[in-house]
Ligand binder design. Sequence first.
Ligand SMILES: *[C@@H]1O[C@H](CO)[C@@H](O)[C@H](O)[C@H]1NC(C)=O
Ligand SMILES: *[C@@H]1O[C@H](CO)[C@@H](O)[C@H](O)[C@H]1NC(C)=O
Ligand SMILES: *[C@@H]1O[C@H](CO)[C@@H](O)[C@H](O)[C@H]1NC(C)=O
Length: 296
Amino acid sequence: MWWVSVTMLVLAVTVSGKTKEKVCDKGWECSNSKYCCNDTITDFFQVYQFENLFAKRNSPVAHAVGFWNYQAFITAAALFEPLGFGTTGGKQMQMKEVAAFFGHVGSKTSCGFGVATGGPLAWGLCYNREMSPSQSYCDPNYLYPCTPGVDYYGRGALPVYWNYNYGIIGDGIKVDLLNHPEYLEQNATLAFQAAIWRWMTPMKKKQPSAHDVFVGNWKPTKNDTLSKRLPGFGATMNVLYGDLICGKGFPDEMNNIISHYQYYLDLMGVGRQFSGDNLDCAEQEPFNPSSKSASS
Ligand SMILES: *[C@@H]1O[C@H](CO)[C@@H](O)[C@H](O)[C@H]1NC(C)=O
Ligand SMILES: *[C@@H]1O[C@H](CO)[C@@H](O)[C@H](O)[C@H]1NC(C)=O
Ligand SMILES: *[C@@H]1O[C@H](CO)[C@@H](O)[C@H](O)[C@H]1NC(C)=O
């Protein structure tokens, strides 16, 4: 049909237009990408800000004292800045994306102590592993069989659970996590790398990543709109956790992630008034209705 070839022509022009786009080089942190033409993360997120966000992580009662640090985050982030992590959409969006990523991380690694100890929001990066796993998280899997004697309990910055998730993410970051899941509780750079890889990578082909739904790369289809899936922070929770927390009103776990995101927006000087539309996923149908997801 005539309109098919017209559509293809437009696509071809767009593609060749893209290949001619200007790329920039900012050295070790970002090079050879259009995203490197904007500020990089170290331009707007410095060590004192990391310390502000995670001030309590080395308190005696924390469970990963001495583990998490700014350098590890930046080293891991540098692998993804040329792909748009923290480098998309201009300064405010860039800062918001870092706050959003840490909103998830802070909530998932929080010790959640109470008001007397600075409030639960002050306790991000308090854990780097699940402390009392109730099981070994081994599920028979042809591609990613469990290694004998190895447990696949939650580890990392966006905790990874189950053998097959260690397998997929290990493939993604080119580290043998299936045989060595312990790397994620021994090496903070790898812990952040695995988390940012998950943030940047769609769970399934033709689906958006958390990054895509947050920075505005993703345009919802009619089906998405009918399912109340719209761009924004809410959809990042949908991508990462699906029906574990989305589409069920306002469970504490969802509110907690949102609170961390907004707390970090304030601390970074962006301000929670710029949280963006579609902040929650209370009414969203999950992208991937699931029994077990990468995060439980
Ligand atoms: C770089 O920042 C500008 C705004 O300062 C923004 O319009 C542009 O989209 C950004 N570039 C990329 C590749 O995101
Ligand atoms: C942690 O992992 C990174 C990335 O693979 C590696 O470069 C670094 O040497 C590791 N650090 C330690 C202390 O093993
Ligand atoms: C739209 O959503 C319905 C119900 O969720 C689903 O069965 C159908 O396959 C979807 N259509 C497309 C094109 O994704």
